[in-house]
Write a protein that binds this ligand. Structure first.
Ligand code: 5AD
Ligand code: SF4
Length: 491
């Protein structure tokens, strides 16, 4: 594993086709919207919601930018050069827009997400083709903002009213849904109050806000009835979730997961990303108690050095982290642990880096994501002394990734011969092949009929590849216990 694919600015995905989400009568007078998503899973969720709010306006999603009446770049600002990449993409879009205009077709261009929040008006100044700049907390207003932009004014909307957005999206969630893929995201909280000294999130996404329990349950029920079998709860600091319940009490993430596990049809629950400080006993116990809660935990530690942890303002020590991991493994022995690491934070010496390597050796991760420290304007880390030279960062990153890759291979290899539950999600590359996900978030490829897409099947792991596992549908269902738990097979 090299770096966290969901955070790669280069990785782009299109939002799900609106036709999967929208009743056909809403698709009259169709216009096309092309959404390019950069960055994290929260942006993927946001892009899907953007197509949802645009659907009643007659917009249908397209994968072909040249065919689009509206192009939206949903941007990410977590690491370096994000804004520059957006500007060069806008340069390419300008040519497409000009070509369309020659054939008498309109194309409006919007920039959304965290670069929109950070750059604001600067975007339409530097790239005049941009009609609309909309921050991550304002995209529910897209229809109104679009009609303002169509009247000729440059629109910049970067308000921080998360509650208004959630209320609006929840109202939208009442609308009928036709069909959705088996695995989907559901944002339960946004923003962050932790202020790690390297991170832009508290500035671009704002203070931590949790959605209400009722909003989340309604959305999850609606997802289940639309065919979703696995829901991943999202939040920048998801285990800081503290949503208000109908009786006025405040629920933590453990309690929310218990409630969601009662929903018919939701076979699997996951959540990401967590902070070690918010990993409370109830959440750890939920992993032990809930069969639906998958044995996978992404728990970034960033560094194994107490000095660097302090300077990053992570608010815990390496020993606190070890103790936490012990408690988690005691409750859920087969859990796959994942993390994020930053190398080359200001002041990181060889010894500090060795402490990180030592932590990784002790924890033994199933996978991990790692990054070279990047100075983010406006964060305290950017102006700290003792910035680490790029070549040293690269060297450390390579060493760390080699170690993580060894651990990942060992973890994957330990699944060989096991029978485990796999959620079959989509067709594979070859005819007759499907791709699914193991409980530990590994992709599993196997031969199976298309009719099984959307179901959880017992699969025997027969081969380990570099990025995925290969399995065989297990006819001997009686080898599983009732809960579909894992059994190591002889040999
Ligand atoms: N430099 C490098 N990596 C960063 N991350 C966040 N900010 C930075 C930065 N300035 C990484 C952290 C975080 C993940 C989402 O991105 O590891 O957990
Ligand atoms: Fe950024 Fe996560 Fe730290 Fe919040 S907890 S400031 S999102 S790294």
């Amino acid at each position: 594993m090299t770096s966290r694919p969901d955070l790669e600015a280069e990785t782009t995905t299109s939002a799900v086709p609106a036709s999967e989400n929208v009743a056909p009568e809403e698709l009259t007078n169709t216009r096309k919207v092309f959404v390019r998503t950069y960055g994290c899973q929260m942006n993927v969720y946001d892009s899907e919601r953007m197509t949802d709010v645009l659907a009643p306006e007659g917009f249908q999603a397209t994968d072909d930018m040249e065919d689009a009446d509206l192009v939206i770049l949903n941007t990410c600002h977590i690491r370096e050069k994000a804004a520059e990449k957006v500007y060069s993409e806008l340069g390419r879009i300008r040519k497409v827009k000009e070509a369309r205009s020659k054939s008498g077709k309109e194309m409006m261009v919007g920039v959304a997400g965290c670069v929109a929040q950070a750059e604001g008006e600067e975007i339409s100044r530097r790239a005049p083709i941009v009609d609309l700049v909309v921050g991550p907390q304002s995209y529910h207003q897209l229809p109104e903002l679009l009609s303002k932009a169509r009247q000729g004014s440059k629109v910049v909307e970067t308000e921080f009213d998360i509650d208004a957005k959630f209320n609006h999206l929840s109202a939208n969630a009442e609308k009928p849904v036709l069909k959705r893929p088996p695995s989907a995201f559901l944002t339960v909280q946004e923003g962050c109050d932790k202020f790690c000294t390297f991170c832009v999130v508290p500035y671009t996404r704002g203070a931590e806000v949790s959605r209400s329990v009722a909003q989340i349950v309604t959305e999850a029920e609606r997802m289940a009835s639309a065919g979703v079998r696995e829901v991943t709860l999202l939040g920048q600091n998801v285990n800081a979730f503290h949503g208000e319940a109908q009786d006025g009490t405040t629920w933590g993430l453990g309690k929310l997961l218990r409630r969601l596990s009662e929903i018919d049809g939701l076979d699997r629950l996951r959540y990401t990303t967590s902070h070690p400080r918010d990993m409370d006993d109830d959440l750890i116990d939920a992993h032990r108690d809930l069969k639906t809660l998958m044995p996978y935990l992404h728990l970034p530690v960033q560094s194994g050095s107490d000095k660097i942890l302090k300077s990053m303002n992570r608010r815990h020590t390496r020993d606190d982290y070890f103790r936490l991991i012990d408690r988690i493994r005691e409750a859920t022995p087969d859990i796959a642990l994942s993390g994020d690491f930053i190398v080359g934070f200001p002041g990181e010496t060889d010894q500090d880096f060795e402490d990180t390597m030592d932590l990784i050796r002790r924890v033994e991760y199933g996978s991990a994501f790692s990054f070279k420290y990047s100075q983010r304007p406006g964060t305290p880390g950017a102006t700290m002394d003792e910035q680490v030279p790029e070549d040293l960062k690269s060297e450390r990153l390579a060493q760390l990734q080699a170690l993580v890759s060894e651990q990942q291979k060992a973890f994957n290899a330990s699944r060989l011969g096991m029978t485990c539950d796999v959620l079959l999600e989509k067709k594979g590359r070859n005819p007759g092949q499907l791709v699914g996900k193991s409980p530990w978030l590994q992709p599993v490829q196997l031969d199976a009929p298309e009719s099984l897409i959307g179901s959880v099947q017992a699969v025997e792991i027969v081969e380990i590849g570099s990025n995925s596992l290969f399995g065989r549908l297990n006819a001997g269902q009686d080898e599983r216990d009732d809960a579909g738990a894992i059994q190591a097979k002889a040999g």
